[in-house]
Structures are given as C-alpha cells and as structure tokens.
Ligand binder design. Structure first.
Ligand SMILES: *[C@@H]1O[C@H](CO)[C@@H](O)[C@H](O)[C@H]1NC(C)=O
Ligand SMILES: *[C@@H]1O[C@H](CO)[C@@H](O)[C@H](O)[C@H]1NC(C)=O
Length: 315
C-alpha cells in the first residue's frame, strides 16, 4: 500500500513536471528555466523546500475482507491467484512470485472517492475524474465535540461559519474534510447511526465557497431516507470522499491533500489513498526517508496466505 502513496505522489509530481517540460518547448522558456532543477520556476525547487521534509499523514483505511460495509453490499473475498495454465496457486518456489485475486461486491467501500455517476449516469465515472484532483489545499472542520454528544449530529452552515470566524474563509477549489471521530473505533463502528453532513452544509460549501469536494468519516453523507445530501451532490456532478480516517492527526488549515485513485472504466466509486502533506514541524505523520523507502523494509516474518483470516499475513 505504501507504494501506492509513493506512486500517487510521483504521478502528481510527474503531472506537474510534464507541464513544466512542455513549457520548455519555446526557446524563451528554455532561457528562463535554464538547465538546473532548482530555479524558482521549477517544481523541483518547491519539492526541496516544501515537500522533502514535510509530514505525510495517511487518512486511509486498510482494505480487509471483513471491513465495515453498507448493509446492502456483500463481503469482499481475497484469495491467492491461480495459474490458469495448470490450475495451481502461484508460489514463490515454483513460479518466483505470488499474486492475489480480489472478489469485489461493490466499488463503494472503505476509503473512497464517489464519482457523480454513482447517482447520475450523465456525470463523470471513476475513470473520467480529472488528474487535477491529485493535489489540493486541505481544510479540516472539527465537529467531534458535537458528535460526542449526539451520534447523528449533522454539520450545519453555522458550524462552517464558526470555523471561518476562527481560521478565515475556506479557499476556493480546496478539499474540506469533516472530522467527527466516528472512525476512531474502526472496524467497530455503527454504519446505521453516524455523524452526518447536512444538505445545507454541502450546498453552502459548493455554491458559496466553490470547493472541489468534501469528505467525511462515515460511509454515507447523511441518514435521511433518500440520502438528501449525497443525492444532491452526486446528481449535480460533485464528487465526495467517504470513509476518511485519522482527521484528529491533521490541523484545521495549512496541509495539502494528495489523492491517489485507480481508473476502473465505467466505475462509480473509487478505492482511494488520501494522504495529508503537512508542515515539517507538525507532530504527526512521517517525513520522506524517516522510514526505509528504497529499498522498502525487510520483515522478520514472511507474508503467508492465512485461510482463517482470508488474506496474507505475517502472523
Ligand atoms: C461478512 O463479514 C462479516 C464481518 O466479518 C461477518 O460477520 C459475516 O458473517 C460475513 N458474511 C458472509 C455472508 O460471509
Ligand atoms: C442530533 O442531530 C440531529 C441532526 O442535526 C438532529 O436531527 C437531532 O435532533 C439531534 N438530537 C439531539 C438529541 O439533539
């Protein structure tokens, strides 16, 4: 999973670098940019000064076969991949490698990015969400105190205005995550009664503040019989994040959000890796190079298929 973060960040950066190198097409640009990587106009300099020592906080649940899921969807199944040529499971000793088969009952589970086509076939599917979603400013609105008193509390426009009184106006095209601490007991969570985001709140964030998308910890936006907030968002072409976690490890302002998402053709939900990128002085998260990255760490116990658990495990 770690390699997914790295490749998502690399994809985000290579996207930026592609823009930069296409700019090099004109000779005037070449004169401005020069050959060095550290000129102010190059993102490599920005990487060195901003990102190389930043703290990366994972906001993503691990996907497991028994993870909490909306009551209408079946469980996931993991199994060792089988070689169709001889009907045998791939093995390190015989084949040199192993592989995993996943039986997915839905693209709506775990930490996700809902594509609007989930509710409206005329809006974007998973593979139609633009690459520009990869990197944004991250706002975290904390309603955990309200949710502690009322387990179905719904974020209100007043809560958003209170946040702005303290921290300033929500930046345009940013991502707004709503902290409720619902996910702190994951996987032991209540998927039927949960802290909500009201229809008025999501309308305010999109129509008055022009955000890119909002996200929340539970697997649904609201508990109304017709999914009022979720339906309004998706039917109007807005994406949303669900199943986000670790928001207690991210400050209200100042971090960026990296979104790494696969491209299933015609998909309507995305398994996603969200990573907050925060200032080097931030108390949580990990800095590049602080743990082994290349090569990645070696473990004392091998990863072996575990039938009882239904996935590979080191114990
Ligand atoms: C699905 O997973 C849940 C949680 O592990 C388990 O309680 C339930 O029995 C499973 N259902 C089926 C049909 O396997
Ligand atoms: C909890 O919050 C919900 C959503 O705002 C509201 O409908 C309900 O009345 C609240 N419950 C209590 C006991 O305040």
């Amino acid at each position: 999973m770690r390699s997914f973060v790295v490749s998502a960040a690399a994809a985000a950066l290579s996207g930026l670098l592609m823009l930069d190198s296409s700019a090099l097409a004109s000779s005037a640009e070449i004169a401005i940019h020069g050959a060095g990587g550290n000129k102010p106009s190059s993102f490599w300099g920005a990487y060195d000064s901003l990102f190389a020592n930043a703290k990366y906080v994972d906001l993503t649940h691990t996907i497991t076969p028994d993870m909490p899921i909306w009551r209408g969807f079946g469980n996931l199944t993991f199994s060792p991949s089988v070689n169709k040529l001889n009907g045998e499971e791939f093995a390190y000793d015989k084949d040199g490698f192993v592989a995993t088969a996943y039986k997915l009952t839905t693209d709506q589970m775990g930490t996700q990015l809902d594509a609007p086509a989930h509710f409206n076939p005329y809006f974007a599917a998973s593979d139609e969400i633009p690459a520009t979603f990869a990197l944004r400013k991250l706002v975290v609105i904390d309603m955990s105190a309200q949710a502690a008193k009322n387990s179905s509390y719904a974020l209100s426009v007043d809560d958003i205005l209170d946040w702005e009184n303290t921290y300033g106006r929500i930046p345009k095209r940013s991502v707004v995550f709503v902290r409720s601490d619902w996910s702190k007991t994951w996987p032991y969570v209540n998927t039927d009664v949960f802290p909500q985001v009201s229809l008025e709140a999501v309308q305010f964030l999109h129509l008055q503040r022009d955000i890119l998308f909002h996200g929340h910890e539970p697997l649904d936006t609201d508990m109304t019989p017709n999914f009022d907030a979720e339906a309004w968002l998706l039917k109007h072409g807005y994406a949303q994040a669900e199943g986000v976690t670790n928001l207690h490890l991210v400050p209200p302002t100042g971090c960026l959000l990296s979104t790494g998402f696969p491209k299933f053709i015609g998909g309507v939900g995305n398994y996603v890796r969200y990573v907050a990128i925060c200032q080097p002085s931030w108390a949580y998260g990990v800095a590049p190079g602080a743990t082994p990255e290349a090569p990645l760490p070696q473990y004392s116990a091998p990863l072996l298929w575990n039938d009882a658990k239904g996935h590979r495990s080191r114990d």
